[in-house]
Design a protein. Structure first.
Length: 116
């Protein structure tokens, strides 16, 4: 299993970014996928989840209404569209999946910095 995040960067408050998570080494279309983030000095927190077909989606209260999770099973890629970004959204963002043996897989993360 290999997960590679991209799309992070520096953005001003109120701005937008789209993160991508490219997956390989497993049958992407069979697995639920998640985004997490970890801010400096804080524990990693769950951000959003999407079921294998994309028919079920959930968000943390802190991002609800501002972030949109999606996936393209034909491209083995998951996305996180982030809008109305706030300084408190600054973190390293990770994609995650869990296999049938309850083994967690993580990408290397992509840094998002929201600052003027």
């Amino acid at each position: 299993v290999h997960l590679v995040e991209s799309g992070g960067g520096l953005v001003q408050p109120g701005g937008s970014l789209r993160l991508s998570c490219a997956a390989s080494g497993f049958t992407f279309s069979k697995y639920e996928m998640r985004w997490y983030r970890q801010a400096p000095g804080k524990e990693r927190e769950w951000v959003a989840v999407i079921t294998n077909t994309g028919g079920g989606i959930g968000y943390a209260d802190s991002v609800k209404g501002r972030f949109t999770i999606s996936r393209d099973n034909a491209k083995n890629t998951m996305y996180l569209r982030m809008s109305s970004l706030k300084p408190e959204d600054t973190a390293v963002y990770y994609c995650n999946t869990v296999d049938g043996n309850s083994h967690d897989y993580w990408g290397q993360g992509t840094q998002v910095t929201v600052s003027s």
